[in-house]
Ligand binder design. Sequence first.
Ligand SMILES: O=C[C@H](O)[C@H](O)[C@H](O)COP(=O)(O)O
Length: 242
Amino acid sequence: MTDLSPSDLAKDAAARAGVALVQDGMRLGLGTGSTAVFMVHRLAERIRAEGLRLRCAATSRATCDLAGQLGIQIEELDEIGWLDLTLDGADEIDPDLNLIKGGGGAHLREKIVAAASDRMVVIADPTKVVETLGAFHLPVEVIPFGVETTITHIRRLLDSLDLTHRPILPRQRDGRLFRTDEDNLILDLSLDVITDCSAISSGLHAIPGVVEHGLFLGMCDLALVGAPDGSVIEMTKPEVTA
Ligand SMILES: O=C[C@H](O)[C@H](O)[C@H](O)COP(=O)(O)O
């Protein structure tokens, strides 16, 4: 790959470091997004060079298609059953390794795959590292049926959490409502700062039309943050003191 922007060089550095964790015989979850694209390319290179025998599940149709084009066989998650490692990108990473994901609308399958993995490792460029989650909109996947009612429920939840007047925007693409791989809709919540991630998470999960939100709390084990010069910083969870 030539002529990469500084941002792409950083993503590629993180992707290489993530792929370096892959060992022969592993069952892998492959994430979605622009950083994951680098990861899938680097993984395909290692498979070709080293003959790695892997079993891989994808978190989106896009990743499934790319992997197929590069000669990586993708199986259904349920055929594999459980995964050793998932490598995925993120939109925001806080110091506790809590994440916002779903900028590409793939967070539902990503969360199912990450939850079925012994280890979730995030690969990212430095712009994704934040002190507090929330500057990036929080994606919420919702069922199309009764979406206005679901928005009303979300509005009431935000009001109850002192997050009044925060925009709740149905995601659009090419002038039409964006549809996920499950044919659902995405609502993007502009929250600015999320001070109580657990309250938002449990509140959203309690709303019937909500399928899944993009907060990944306590799921990430390690974040690999690449830089344009090829170096990578490892972020680990802070030690819990008794
Ligand atoms: O839905 C998309 C995923 O959660 C992505 O992993 C996330 O948006 C990060 O994508 P990127 O690597 O393109 O910044």
